[in-house]
Ligand binder design. Sequence first.
Ligand SMILES: [Zn+2]
Length: 259
Amino acid sequence: MFGVVPKVLWQKIYPSDDENRIRLGLNSLLIDTGKERLLVDTGIGPDLKRRLWEFYSVERDPGLLGALEQIGYAAGDIDYVINTHLHFDHCGGNTYHTEGEEHVPTFPNAAYVIQKCEWENGLNPCTRDKPSYFAPYFLPLQGHGQLQLVEGDSEIVPGVEAVMATGHTSCHQCVKVSSQGRTLFFLGDMVPTSGHVGLPYIMSYDLYPQETMENKQRFFGLAMKEDWIVAFNHDPDRFFGRIVKKDGKFVSEDLTAVP
Ligand SMILES: [Zn+2]
């Protein structure tokens, strides 16, 4: 998870188990504009292969639909699903497996917003990235007429914008929410946890780590200038933070507990 950063450094923040695994979250973001409901990323879903389930020691209680239900939303209430990219841990809940052996969209009324080039990569992944893509999580969206491909930075609805932030994949996008003069920025896998704010902390999964680093620098500059709230999609505890510089290094201040 930390690329070239030695374990002696990262284990201070993220202690690992005997298998060298660390605790991670699968955080989706729900945006309710009052008019539309948008969901950003859908986690690992219910249909991950058993081998991978055990490999990653997945805990899934109550799951995405259960979590939505707890705050008063049903699958049919979601108007848009935005996938930052199509790795299985970000779109696994896009679809579910029916008795009839096929995958159908989990959110029957939603348009699924995906970068066109990420869609193409997902259908023809490079060898290095192939294990991360599972077509049944996104291919059925096309057949059901629920696929909305976008190219580059795109406004989805007023106040919610998909913003290209490449590096993790060549077409990874973040999501920017603007409301009442404030900005919330969902970082996706550009910065998966608050422990990845330091510039060299980049996952080995990234196809273009140099691009990730340049984009982190660029977006952190904006985040500090405009005092953004940032959201971490894989942090197990700290979902929201703000970026500050301490002793010349980027760090995040936790905002999760702040109402
Ligand atoms: Zn991920």
